[in-house]
Design a protein around this ligand. Structure first.
Ligand code: SF4
Length: 109
């Protein structure tokens, strides 16, 4: 029942909410092994066997979500919040740039 969902996800790149739920709740070892194999194949197809290094510039640690495991979740009142200015962001790029490290991602949660 789950294997066809894995194949569908690989082919169509999406599932319904109920299908994702069934996949996430699956605990069958053989099915999970199949899922890992599929994920590994997709990863190799997309990225090969290389490691890509990127700098992540976190523009702010304000987040409207409340994921329980996360230190910067909305409900955590004890975290010191910040938001970078345009100049702060550019300074991070200047400081972090090297020819081996030329790519930056801007993240805003
Ligand atoms: S930063 Fe990400 S993990 Fe943390 S609360 Fe926001 S959405 Fe969730």
């Amino acid at each position: 029942m789950i294997i066809p969902l894995i194949d569908k996800l690989r082919q169509e790149h999406r599932l319904s909410a109920e299908e994702y739920k069934a996949l996430l709740l699956c605990q069958d070892a053989d099915t999970l092994k199949y899922l890992q194999e599929q994920a590994r194949e997709v990863s190799l197809e997309q990225f090969g066997n290389r490691v890509f290094i990127r700098g992540l510039i976190e523009i702010t640690n304000h987040c409207r979500n409340n994921c329980y495991y996360c230190g910067i979740r909305k409900g955590n009142q004890s975290v010191l919040r910040y938001e970078l200015t345009r100049e702060d962001i550019l300074e991070c790029c200047r400081e972090g740039y090297t020819p081996r490290f030329p790519d930056f991602r801007l993240a805003r949660w």
